[in-house]
Design a protein around this ligand. Structure first.
Ligand code: SF4
Length: 179
C-alpha cells in the first residue's frame, strides 16, 4: 500500500497544484468487495503522491458499505439509476442502490471542496468504471457503460481516466496546469 507522507510542499506552491481524485483501491487500499486492492505501479502516480496531489476515495465505502461486501452490479445504465430508474443489486437480489448513490454524492462533494477536475478511477466497477461495466447478470459479462460515481462526476464536468490511461491523464493535467 502506498504511504502518504508530509511532502514539504507548502503555501503557494501546494495551492497551485491541481488535485487528482483516485480510486483508493488503485493505491493499494484493501477496500474492494472481496477485501483486496488493485494497486498499480506508475511513475506519474508516485510523483503525484509526493506532490500531495492525490485524493483517494472509495465511493462504496463512503456510501456506507462494509469491507468485504457482496459483489453488486447495475441493472440499467448509471444515468438512469441516478434518477431512480434502475437498481444496483447483489447476486442475492438485494437492492443496494442507495449506498451507491450516497457514495457518488459524497465523492462529488469532495471534488467540489477540493476543486478537483480530473479523476483516475478503476475500470469495470459499478461505481468507478468509465468505459465498461458488468451487465447485471453476474456472469462476468462486460458491456459498454460507466459506473454511478463516474457518471455523476462526468455530469458535473470532471474528466475521468481509468488505470490504463495514466499517461493520457498526465497530458491532460499538464494542459490544465498551463491554464
Ligand atoms: S468502489 Fe471504486 S474505489 Fe472502491 S473498491 Fe470499487 S473500484 Fe475501488
Amino acid at each position: 500500500m502506498k504511504t502518504f507522507i508530509n511532502n514539504g510542499f507548502t503555501g503557494l506552491v501546494a495551492k497551485k497544484l491541481s488535485k487528482i481524485l483516485i480510486s483508493s483501491c488503485l493505491l493499494g487500499q484493501p477496500v474492494r468487495y472481496d477485501g483486496q486492492s488493485k494497486e498499480i505501479q506508475n511513475p506519474a502516480l508516485d510523483r503525484w503522491l509526493l506532490e500531495g496531489r492525490l485524493v483517494p476515495v472509495c465511493p462504496e465505502v463512503s456510501g456506507g458499505l462494509p469491507v468485504p461486501r457482496p459483489a453488486a452490479e447495475m441493472e440499467g445504465f448509471a444515468d438512469e439509476i441516478l434518477i431512480g430508474n434502475g437498481f444496483v443489486k447483489t447476486a442475492d437480489n438485494e437492492d443496494v442502490s442507495r449506498y451507491f448513490l450516497y457514495g457518488a454524492q459524497h465523492v462529488l462533494t469532495l471534488c467540489r471542496r477540493e476543486n478537483i477536475r480530473i479523476a483516475i478511477l478503476k475500470e469495470n466497477s459499478p461505481s468507478c468504471g468509465s468505459a465498461q461495466v458488468y451487465d447485471g447478470s453476474f456472469s462476468h459479462t462486460l458491456i459498454s457503460g460507466a459506473g454511478i460515481t463516474t457518471t455523476l462526476l462526468r455530469q458535473n464536468g470532471i474528466t475521468i481516466f481509468n488505470e490504463f490511461e495514466i499517461d493520457k491523464a498526465a497530458v491532460y493535467l499538464a494542459a490544465l496546469s498551463a491554464c
